[in-house]
Design a protein around this ligand. Structure first.
Ligand code: SF4
Length: 451
């Protein structure tokens, strides 16, 4: 076997043609892009012919430079046809697209990440098992069979108890094809469950006006419903976290009924009193949440709803707290987490009057949890006698297997302890007859080893 790294490059390494115009600053940009392309395993070609696509780094300083750049782009399009434009001319309004509407992507100068994203989109990054430190699926901190899939960063809301927007900025949605490619790689790498996360999953794509992207030659909107529908085609469990009850959430319920997405919604309601929700500046505070939940359950009776709440928010009265308990009775949520309000440095809510004394906050938290425990217990007991699909998470040394139903997210929800699971492995999906329950967990026996 050869020890020459160059000869280990797959013969079919994708090739990028590169044209660099302009000043020394543009040259440095070119060098950075070329270095990155080589580091990722692309071959570089000095000519247009034979390249899989061409990157043209342009100059837009004076008219003659503009003309030269536009001419180079036109030549690359004529000879090769697939052209990505970067550099100063890209920052000059729409001039590139107006002259050459067929270019694949246009970025401004110093845009290494954007150029690489455009290249990846057109020409997926080659995976070389000899030289790559990480598998195509990337490195994961979760067990092999499930993975978190982050679809956006930041948040457009300004909930008064939260400082995330000031730390991470406004919503920035990841391109839909990039998310789908990551998900596909994860599933190819053995992942059986994708946990979709963000600060506000239902807002996915708002920042890019639900732009249409392309996946496997098919248009896919940058929007929650379209994204999760496409994710559902990979054959893994798809679980939605941090969804807000906007009207378009109704659209994912049929996908749950079809089995494309798990019948599970993690929706942080935070409170039930409309006055407190307004003080919290919660998104969708005005929605009629109970009617929504009823509607979802009518259409998808197996829907599991998980939520989180804050008790003892500044100004919360005993009556408003009781409203919250009444809400729990009506909503019959399956899983609930709660926190006693505590001021976070920099949060707007700190300035609100009527801080609830610590002792009272703790007392309300205990009452709240006790109240919900009865509801969760009753709901879980309805599963006794049913046979449910379970994803195996762990086999203990004594051979006892534990797993989760479709209604249980890893780490935060309950588990199923399984009798007769000695031959199982983590990531297996089995049918389990449920025999026993408590307020958090289930117990059962393996019925069939097919989920
Ligand atoms: S709590 Fe509110 S502001 Fe904070 S991340 Fe969630 S939706 Fe955004």
């Amino acid at each position: 076997m050869s020890r020459n790294p160059a000869s280990r490059r797959p013969a079919s390494a994708p090739t990028v043609g590169f044209v660099s115009l302009g000043c020394p600053k543009a040259l440095v940009d070119s060098e950075r892009i070329l270095t990155q392309l080589r580091a990722e395993g692309y071959s570089i070609s000095p000519s247009y012919e034979g390249a899989d696509l061409v990157v043209v780094n342009t100059c837009g300083f004076i008219d003659s430079a503009v003309a030269e750049s536009l001419e180079a782009i036109g030549e690359a399009l004529d000879v090769n046809g697939r052209v990505i434009v970067t550099g100063c001319l890209g920052a000059k309004g729409d001039i590139v697209r107006q002259t050459h509407p067929k270019v694949l992507a246009v970025t401004g100068p110093h845009a290494l990440d954007e150029v690489m994203a455009a290249v990846h989109k057109q020409l997926p990054k080659p995976h070389d098992p000899w030289t790559d430190l990480v598998p195509a699926a990337g490195l994961k901190l979760t067990p092999r069979h499930y993975a978190y899939l982050k679809i956006s960063e930041g948040c457009n809301h300004r909930c008064t108890f939260c400082i995330i927007p000031s730390l991470r900025g406004d919503l920035v949605s990841r391109p839909v094809d990039e998310v789908l490619r990551e998900a596909e790689n994860l599933v190819k790498g053995g992942v059986k469950e994708l946990l979709v996360i963000s600060q506000d999953t239902s807002a996915y794509g708002v920042d890019v006006k639900y732009r249409t992207g392309f996946w496997n030659g098919r248009p896919v909107k940058t929007r929650m419903t379209e994204l999760v529908s496409a994710l559902g085609e990979f054959g893994a469990w798809v679980r939605l976290h941090y969804v807000y009850p906007y009207p378009h959430v109704d659209e994912v319920i049929p996908l749950m009924v079809e089995g494309k997405v798990l019948p599970y919604l993690d929706i942080p309601f935070q409170h039930a009193s409309s006055r407190i929700l307004k003080l919290m500046k919660r998104p969708a505070a005005a929605e009629n949440t109970l009617a929504r939940i009823r509607h979802w359950r009518e259409r998808c009776p197996d829907l599991t709803i998980r939520s989180t709440f804050v008790v003892g928010f500044p100004g919360e009265t005993e009556e408003e707290f009781r409203q919250l308990l009444d809400f729990l009775d009506e909503a019959q949520l399956d899983r609930v987490g709660a926190f006693a309000y505590s001021p976070v440095e920099g949060a707007a809510a700190n300035a609100l009057p009527g801080a609830v004394p610590e002792e009272l906050k703790e007392e309300r938290l205990a009452r709240f949890m006790e109240h919900q425990a009865r509801i969760s217990e009753a709901r879980l007991s309805q599963k006794i006698g049913r046979t449910l699909s379970v994803m195996i998470d762990e086999i203990a040394e004594d051979g006892i297997a534990t797993g989760r139903t479709m209604g249980d997210a890893p780490e935060i929800d309950g588990i199923v302890t399984i009798e007769g699971g000695t031959n199982l492995q983590s990531g297996d999906q089995v049918r389990v007859a449920i025999t026993h329950s408590d307020e958090h967990d289930l117990w059962g026996k393996v019925e069939t080893t097919r989920g």
